[in-house]
Design a protein around this ligand. Structure first.
Ligand SMILES: [Zn+2]
Length: 325
């Protein structure tokens, strides 16, 4: 509120109000406002055109921002390198490990699954450096996903490897009679003359001729399913279930060293050579079953024979002689 001013009129000897003219008053107000605007505008122009005028705090922030951008760039490059290493591991996983353990390769789409569709980086949009930050986030998310898939694949391979180890320990892979105890390998798998009827008949096992009482060994890890003479022709015999579809059979034994239900390891002494059942003389009749079919045991002696020993056994097994049954 402006003060009312008076002046002394010497003619009327009284105080009179000083009346300001309205127009002049308005002019002063207008000029003041215009002046203020002009000053503001000039300051703004100066501020926008001379960056040196930034405050120390702004300068520090700007440097920090630049450093951040640089670091983001470096991180992105490092992530690219990690991606390359991971791609190499995935490649080996698909083409060596999974192949070796007979598992299907994991397709590229599955390793990268879950990155289409919804925009999961919406919150990061709308800033000057959004592109850089989104790119980094995306890269890291994809890396994480691929690592999880890779890790699961390795878990699967570990379990496959354990199975394979169990399989290798279980399959009947050694000769059931020690080579030095053999008189000779009497007869192999195939068409042979029956020692009793003299008729050609398929001989489903291998006959190892050895003196009565010669030790007989389990040819692989497993469980003794039978140790009895209730199977026609085999006499006292043992059947070992090795799992994975394999069973081995040891016939015409003189004595048992195991009982049904017992767990055995490859090389365990299970019985002794004899001539019980339908047999021509002391020998071990040995059979291998795979999924209930009898297969040639000759293909399984890679466990402990030298190449020369194997060759000799092979020669003998192929002779179409008379079996001992
Ligand atoms: Zn036989």
């Amino acid at each position: 509120m402006s003060k009312v001013k008076y002046y002394y009129d010497s003619e009327t000897l009284s105080y009179k109000k000083i009346e300001r003219r309205k127009g002049r008053q308005l002019g002063i107000v207008f000029l003041s406002i215009a002046g203020a605007f002009l000053a503001g505008f000039i300051l703004l122009v100066i501020y926008l055109n001379i960056p040196q005028l930034e405050t120390p705090k702004e300068k520090a922030l700007r440097r920090e921002l630049e450093n951040m951008k640089l670091q983001y760039g470096l991180l992105n490059r490092k992530m690219n390198q990690v991606q390359e290493v991971l791609a190499n591991v995935e490649d080996r996983d698909n083409n060596i490990y999974r192949l070796y353990f007979e598992a299907n390769p994991i397709p590229e789409e599955q390793r990268l699954a879950g990155f289409g569709g919804i925009n999961r980086y919406k919150d990061l949009e709308g800033f000057d450096n959004s592109k850089l930050i989104i790119e980094s986030h995306k890269k890291l998310d994809i890396l994480t996903k691929r690592l999880v898939v890779q890790s699961r694949s390795l878990d699967e391979i570990v379990s496959l490897a354990e199975d394979k180890q169990a399989l290798l320990a279980s399959i009947p892979a050694i000769m059931p009679v020690k080579n030095e105890h053999l008189k000779r390998m009497a007869s192999g798998y195939g068409w042979r003359t029956d020692p009793f009827t003299k008729v050609r008949k398929f001989h489903y096992g291998m006959d190892f001729s050895a003196p009565r009482g010669t030790p007989v060994y389990a040819s692989g890890d497993g469980v003794v399913r039978r140790a009895d003479n209730r199977s026609s022709g085999y006499g006292r015999h043992i059947r070992i279930d090795h799992g994975f579809g394999y069973t081995s059979l040891y016939a015409h034994l003189y004595k048992y060293n195991v009982r049904a239900g017992q767990k055995v390891k490859r090389g365990d002494l299970i019985g002794f050579v004899g001539s019980t059942g339908r047999s021509q003389g002391p020998h071990l009749h040995y059979e291998i079953f795979k999924d209930d079919d009898r297969i040639n045991p000759l293909n399984f002696y890679y466990g402990h024979l030298s190449p020369a020993e194997y060759d000799e056994i092979l020669q003998q097994a192929q002779q179409e002689n008379q079996s001992l049954d």
